[in-house]
Design a protein around this ligand. Structure first.
Ligand code: SF4
Length: 424
């Protein structure tokens, strides 16, 4: 693809979902001929800040990043998107350098705006963008919004009612990804298990959507995160039959205590979470299971915390993400009375992170010596790095250009949180 001589950089705050959406935005910019440059290292024409409101700290970080970007390059046009942009549009518009503020549900309007306001000379032919191959995994957002209204979460308020993207549109995006050389498709959304749309006159749910997408010739297929109460036998059976689904599932837990789960207004109890994990393992016995846990929710006792800890062990979690609860205005939990001290929250979060490290290493030790496939994402200084289907990082010393290739390797050694592998 021809370049249009314009550059962009992108900075992402917050959750996994924001990261996957940033990957999508990056791809779309590259598809339009913009060149990606590193944030705060090279001056860009456009700077995108993808914000988050999960905590008030995240909002302050969002403002700081915008100010830094403006100081670094006062000529850059800054676009602010994401949940914080949705909740505090007017406040953000006051910040110097900010050119455009878009919420979460209308991030894609960046491109309508650019298409209308930027004079781009380059023809944009369909097909592979050499910049877009920076991303070897393509993120396909299938829905947005959530109406679970968990008591700690602002996302449901910020993103509104669930909206599913029609299958026809998703198939079109997926075809574009294939044309752009994407090898692994990752399905994302705020609450993807709630997907519902009409296709050829029939209502389809998430499991049926997955069945359709699995027919496309991607080599790997992954689901970014799915709520425990939406994991179904039909979904797992299609994934298993496809032979290309990664044996890696991210299923948010948040707490192992039934009392806290109820206060959080989650839609499942401890036992139901365990049943979902058991169902996954019925189809994928050696699956890597990731989860999110919030520590220090208002009223969380030491006994409640220990129940989270024990559930992580019992469910054999390999990839653990720990969050310390922090107050969010606009949520029910904000008004709860028994908030915990920072000291207790830090102690529990530190303890749980250590457990997370131990769990990951236990999982990695079980995989040591095994053969696996790796999709390499970067290749520099004679070192290729990528991910295996179990979402483990793998490094390989090689002079070969392996970026965006899926290669069979043997896992020889564990160094830090990565495997060191050799070619088969
Ligand atoms: S399921 Fe709960 S935590 Fe997740 S987006 Fe919906 S309201 Fe927020």
């Amino acid at each position: 693809m021809e370049q249009n001589n314009k550059t962009f950089s992108i900075f992402t705050l917050g959750c996994r979902l924001n990261s996957s959406e940033s990957s999508y935005l990056t791809q779309e910019f590259c598809n339009r001929g913009y060149k990606l440059v590193p944030f705060l290292e090279e001056k860009a024409d456009w700077v995108v800040v993808n914000t988050c409101t999960v905590t008030q700290k995240a909002e302050a970080s969002g403002r700081n990043v915008i100010r830094k970007a403006h100081r670094f390059n006062p000529n850059a046009k800054i676009i602010v998107v994401g949940c914080y942009a949705e909740m505090a549009k007017e406040e953000i518009e006051q910040l110097e350098g900010v050119h455009l503020v878009l919420g979460s549900s209308n991030k894609h309007k960046i491109f309508e705006y650019l298409d209308e306001n930027e004079c781009i000379d380059a023809e944009i032919p369909p097909g592979f963008s050499s910049e877009a191959d920076y991303h070897t995994r393509g993120f396909l957002k299938v829905q947005d919004g959530c109406n679970n209204y968990c008591s700690y979460c602002i996302i449901a308020h910020a993103r509104g009612e669930p909206k599913s993207i029609p299958l026809e549109e998703l198939l079109k995006h997926a075809e574009e990804m294939l044309q752009n050389g994407i090898r692994e498709i990752v399905l994302t959304g705020v609450n993807i298990g709630e997907y519902k749309s009409i296709y050829q006159g029939q209502e389809i749910d998430f499991a049926q959507l997955v069945k359709h997408l699995l027919l496309l010739p991607f080599e790997r297929f992954r689901i970014s995160s799915i709520e425990p109460n939406t994991v179904t036998r039909e979904l797992l059976s299609s994934l298993k039959d496809s032979q290309k689904a990664c044996a890696h599932f991210h299923i948010p837990l948040q707490s192992g205590s039934d009392r806290i789960l109820e206060l959080m207004e989650r839609r499942y109890a401890r036992d139901e979470f365990l049943q979902s994990i058991a169902l996954v393992r019925e189809f994928f016995p050696d699956a890597a299971i990731g989860t999110d846990v919030i520590v220090g929710f208002p009223g969380e006792t030491e006994a409640d915390y220990q129940e989270s800890r024990s559930l992580i062990e019992e469910a054999n979690i390999s990839h653990l993400h720990v969050f310390s609860y922090s107050k969010r205005k606009g949520t029910k939990a904000f008004h709860m009375t028994d908030h915990l001290s920072n000291k207790i929250k830090e102690k529990r979060s530190c303890d749980l992170r250590q457990l997370g490290d131990i769990r990951l290493h236990q999982f990695m030790r079980l995989r040591l010596g095994k053969e696996t496939s790796v999709l390499f994402e970067t290749c520099s200084n004679s070192m290729a790095q990528g991910l295996d289907p179990y979402f483990c990082k793998v490094r390989l010393a090689t002079d070969r250009e392996l970026k965006n290739q899926i290669v069979q390797v043997k896992l020889n050694e564990i160094v830090g949180d990565s495997f060191v592998a050799s070619l088969l």
